[in-house]
Write a protein of this length. Structure first.
Length: 427
């Protein structure tokens, strides 16, 4: 392998022909591998099966969790998530199995009714906008797209969103909030710096009801012996006189069962009471049996961290394999790609030369490996530079992952050479 940027046209053409022959061999394999989403593998799901053996469903205060009631969640469940999220139990609402569902509900509440600090419902505004750090979580963007928000992209950095850009956008009163994945962000794996958290908490916003949706989905998903964390956003906002600003999210979706976990929202008590007031017409209670199963099984934050070590033992070799393959197959080719090296979470971001991501996804798909669509990590699925691919290593086996990662890097090299040869022809 040699640096593609230093090759002449003839050398590039010869290299491309060799790679295309290798690609034909992958086409002949008839592969069917799915790396499109960050799903836990079967081994990870098996870790929590003992949780389902619970047969005593009486809560600590005598509540029969099989029955109606306790909309805010069982006291022990509120205490459990309060410890995970660094808040008081009275600042927690326990939801159903999906934090995304809770986030959708909160945006819908702002849209339909507004919040306690809103001059009017967001739907009554002529224009509504939401800040989206990019690349980011596609499901976040879909929520605000659904309600008709104009999505404002700001670049992600290793310190978090570009705060100069965020602070400038917040001078507009139609900007109602920002999406945040503060620890091991989706998809870059970055963790917000203390300075970024402080600026989010203290910045002036023209909208009095500006909200930070703080999706702490990966706060315990560590892959190294040096876990990363952020300052507590609710404490920081409270100290700055903005305690109504943050709406924190957490769930056990990738701790136990993604389709049958427990989600929670944390906010200041005024926000909690307001949310419960408007939640009451919708349901009588969430699944308290599942709340109790989780608390009895995981016990507390330390119990969660011990459980997550088992996940790490499964995930870490997969992340290492991807990193090693990227290094071995792409680094010798020169500056045709770079990638993030996260210390936790579920994803790796692969950045290519501009205009290459869709081509790589197409080549992989033709050979039987499905990746997240190019552009998925950007509002409306449009990556203006067509240069980003989200890698999700969790679901395939190590053997499948080795095959998929070798094919991926082969496709990256083909796309890079095609671009370089096309540029030389057009020149």
């Amino acid at each position: 392998m040699a640096d593609y940027l230093k090759m002449d046209a003839a050398q590039r053409q010869q290299e491309l022909q060799s790679l295309q022959e290798q690609y034909q061999q992958y086409l002949a394999k008839g592969l069917h591998l799915d790396m499109s989403r960050g799903k836990p593998c079967t081994q990870q799901l098996d870790l929590s099966m003992d949780m389902l053996s619970l047969n005593d469903y009486t809560a600590a205060d005598g509540t029969d969790s099989r029955n109606y009631g306790v909309l805010e969640g069982l006291p022990e469940a509120r205490a459990f998530f309060a410890e995970l999220m660094g808040v008081s139990p009275s600042e927690v609402i326990i939801g159903g199995n999906s934090s995304l569902n809770m986030m959708f509900y909160l945006v819908e509440l702002g849209y339909r009714k507004g919040f306690a600090d809103s001059p009017r419902p967001w739907a009554k505004e002529d224009t509504i906008k939401f800040i989206c750090p990019v690349p980011g979580y596609d499901r976040h963007f879909r929520v605000t797209e659904y309600f008709g928000f104009e999505l404002l992209s700001v670049p992600m950095t290793p310190e978090g969103p570009d705060m100069d850009a965020v602070e400038q956008l917040c001078k507009d009163p139609t900007v109602k909030g920002i999406w945040c994945v503060p620890v091991y962000s989706n998809p870059d794996g970055y963790t917000y710096s203390p300075e970024t958290v402080r600026r989010l908490a203290t910045m002036e916003t023209a909208a009095p009801d500006f909200k930070i949706i703080w999706d702490d989905a990966y706060c315990v998903h560590h892959l190294t012996d040096h876990p990363q964390s952020t300052p507590n956003i609710l404490e920081e906002c409270r100290a700055a006189g903005h305690e109504m600003r943050p709406l924190m999210q957490c769930s056990t979706s990738k701790i136990t069962f993604p389709g049958a976990g427990v989600a929670a929202v944390a906010a200041c008590e005024e926000n909690v009471q307001y949310i419960l007031q408007h939640m009451m017409p919708m349901l009588i209670s969430y699944d308290k049996m599942n709340q109790l199963r989780h608390v009895r099984y995981l016990k507390n934050k330390q119990g969660v961290l011990e459980h997550m070590k088992k996940h790490r033992a499964i995930l870490q070799p997969k992340f290492q394999l991807i990193q090693q393959t990227l290094e071995q197959q792409l680094e010798p080719c020169g500056e045709i790609a770079w990638w993030t090296k996260p210390h936790g979470g579920y994803f790796i971001s692969l950045y290519l030369q501009d205009g290459c991501a869709k081509r790589v996804i197409q080549l992989c798909k033709q050979a039987g490996v499905v990746l997240t669509d190019a552009g998925a990590a950007y509002p409306k699925g449009i990556d203006p530079n067509d240069h980003h691919i989200r890698i999700a290593p969790s679901f395939p086996s190590l053997e499948e992952l080795e095959t998929a990662s070798l094919l991926l890097t082969l496709c990256v090299r083909i796309a890079a050479l095609e671009k370089l040869l096309g540029a030389s022809v057009s020149a």
